[in-house]
Structures are given as C-alpha cells and as structure tokens.
Design a binder for this molecule. Structure first.
Ligand code: 8YV
Length: 331
C-alpha cells in the first residue's frame, strides 16, 4: 500500500478541521503558535505534500529549491504577501487563500476600530479601569463624530465594498480610491464615488485602508500622505503592516496633525512601534480583523477544502475552491 500523503499545519486550528484533514492525510499539526526560521520551514516542507500556513510563513524560491514533494500551500487568510506566487507557480506548487468568507467580519471590525478611535473608547476604558473616575468634566473625553462625516476607503475590493455598504446607516458619503475604478453598478450598490488618491487623503474625515500589501504599497501612507490629511481625521489600518509608516503616523498623532488611529496591523508585527504604544489616541489590536468564531472556522474549513481537493480527494477532487495560481490546474 502506498504511503499516505502528508499535510503540515503550521499553527493551531480547530480540532474538527484537523479531523477532516485526518480522513485523507497523515496530519502533522503544530500545537503552539511559533515562527519557524526559514531553514526550519524549508526542512519541514521537504517532507509534506501539502501545507496550511499563516501569514508569517514566508514561502519563496530559496525555500522551494530542492523540494520535490510539496504540491499545495493553503494560506489561512485572504492576503498572501507571504507567498511568492511566481516562485510557487514555477515550482508547480498550487497556492490557495481564503477570500470572501471573511469579508463581512473584517468590514465589521474596520468599523469597530473607526468608532473606537473616533470616540476614544480605549483611552476612556483604561482611565476608568485605573480607578480615575471620581467625577468628570463636561468638556472632557471629546471625540470626533462619525455619523454624517465623509468616509474614505483606500483599496476597494470585496472588503472595501462591504465597509462602504455599512456607511448608509451612519449617513456618511463614501469616497474611494483603487487601482481600478469599479463598475458603475458596484459604485451605485456601495454608494461610493471614485476620487484620486490626493483627493481621498484631503477630503476624508475617516480613512480606512484595505489595500493588499505589495512592495509598491510599502508606506503608501507615509509622512507626505499624512500631511495631506485633515487634522480631525481618523486613520484605520486593517490591511497589512508596512502600508503605513508607523513612525510617521505616531509623529502625526503626537503632534495633533491627526485626531486618532485604529490599527490592527503593524510593520514587523508582533512587534509594535514603541511610539505608537505610548499614544492614547491610537487604538491598537493584535491583527484580529477576521477573528470571530464563525469566520475563523469558515477560513480553516476553506483552507482544508483547498488542500483536500488540490491533492486529489473529496467531492471537488482536482478543483480546489479558491486557488491563486489557478493556471497550474489547467496544465
Ligand atoms: C489573518 C488576514 O489571516 O486574511 C487575512 O489576510 O490578515 C487575517 O485574516 C488572520 O488573522 C490569521 O492570522
């Protein structure tokens, strides 16, 4: 009998998703969250047919070099800047991600951060928990309004559109900038108006970043862009660390050139720039945009379904639901 195919799971996921994988494969699942060195990752992937990865697992040509076994990597996330797709395609390794299942939860979270930053929820809670609430000045804890203000969205894929659709309830006009302008139908559905990037920066009262990380997008929001924003503006980053220059953002927040920020992602995370940690007008969270019980389960299930199908099993054998380099499937 031939050896069972082997699948490695780089981080703890739900027991039931592991059970599903186990119906088809020998499963090697990490039980603690840890970042392997490139050498460890390379050695681990040498002996597996498939891998389920987190955003911290970087796969590139050097890592794939000499690997004769690996056929599929499935990211537990929609963003895949950790994967060198041309290198994977060249090596004949299918890459998959988890689009759509997380759109609405991430959109909810973008709003949570925007509201929390605008209304100073984090700082007020810290103050209360520190036992400082003995009485309060009427003119203290003043935030900025969200309702009726202009919402700007940079990056208008599915998540950006889901964020935009929520704006109607807050009576907010929506402007957006994207690599490609959306069709008139989608613009109408989202009630969003396309503007150039400089106008987005200048005219947004609240600006949410939802663009994918690419080398060109590194510091897409840096000192120059921050200088174009309104001093009462709130900036929210739920996309990727590195899109914002965190040091420049901290300076703008400290100097009152921006009202507040809500940040779920950081350059070099899990490390967070110390200047941001020192600021009360930054709401900071540990990359939890997609973290609801239902959505994380849906993401894990989708990643598992991709691996099962890519390795030739299950009801969709040979047709993984969400491939990135789908051209490999037609070869
Ligand atoms: C993470 C994300 O994958 O989907 C993405 O691109 O950034 C998130 O959903 C998730 O936090 C797991 O680390």
């Amino acid at each position: 009998m031939s050896e069972r195919q082997r699948v490695w799971v780089s981080r703890p996921i739900f027991p039931e998703t592991l059970t599903t994988l186990g119906q088809y494969f020998e499963v090697v699942a990490e039980t603690v969250e840890q970042k392997l060195s490139a050498e460890q990752l390379k050695a681990t992937l040498m002996d597996v047919d498939g891998a389920i990865l987190g955003g911290g697992d970087r796969i590139d040509a050097a890592l794939l070099d000499g690997n004769k076994r690996l056929r599929v990597v499935a990211n537990l996330g929609v963003g895949y800047n950790n994967l060198d797709i041309p290198a994977l395609t060249k090596a004949g390794v299918l890459a998959c991600n988890t689009p759509e299942v997380l759109d609405e939860s991430v959109a909810d979270y973008a709003w949570a951060l925007m509201l929390a930053a605008a209304r100073r929820v984090g700082a007020a809670e810290r103050w209360l928990r520190a036992g400082q609430w003995h009485g309060m000045r009427f003119d203290d804890w003043l935030g900025v309004d969200v309702h009726g203000k202009t919402l700007g969205i940079l990056g208008m894929g599915r998540i950006g559109q889901a964020i935009a659709r929520r704006a109607a309830g807050f009576d907010m006009p929506v402007i957006y900038h994207n690599r490609h302008r959306l069709s008139a139908d989608i613009e109408q559905d989202c009630k969003a108006r396309y503007v150039e990037k400089h106008a987005l920066l200048a005219d947004s009262d609240h600006l949410i970043l939802v663009l994918p990380y690419t080398p060109e997008n590194r510091h897409a929001i840096g000192a120059a862009e921050l200088a174009m924003m309104r001093p009462h503006a709130v900036l929210v980053n739920i996309a990727r660390g590195g899109i914002v220059d965190d040091a420049a953002l901290a300076a703008a927040l400290r100097e009152g050139r921006l009202a507040a920020a809500g940040l779920d992602v950081f350059e070099g995370e899990p490390a967070v720039h110390p200047d941001l940690l020192a600021l009360d007008n930054a709401v900071l969270s540990p990359h939890i945009g997609s973290a609801t019980a239902a959505t994380r389960r849906a993401m894990a299930t989708l990643a598992v379904d991709n691996v099962i199908a890519a390795l030739g099993h299950g009801p969709h054998a040979g047709h993984p639901p969400t491939p990135i380099n789908a051209e490999l499937l037609t070869k």
